[in-house]
Design a protein around this ligand. Structure first.
Ligand code: FES
Length: 68
């Protein structure tokens, strides 16, 4: 069963690990989870809109429920 998971944050969490700062992905798009790989930059123009991201790009989501 497919599940829709919403990620509202579009910048990583910065945490300290010892002397280093590590960036943890919060957008859900990183190809190197749990670490941020910069892919979140694709989401920075989102303004009160929801998109589905896949290999071909992104599609604006207009409804969470299929129309019957
Ligand atoms: S926060 Fe997800 S790739 Fe940067």
């Amino acid at each position: 069963m497919a599940r829709l998971v919403l990620h509202e944050r579009n910048v990583p969490y910065a945490i300290k690990v010892g002397d280093q700062e590590v960036h943890i992905c919060a957008c859900g798009l990183s190809g190197n989870k749990p670490y941020c790989d910069g892919t979140h930059k694709k989401t920075l123009d989102e303004k009160d809109q929801t998109f589905i991201y896949d290999k071909e790009g992104r599609t604006k989501l207009t409804s969470f429920y299929p129309k019957n």
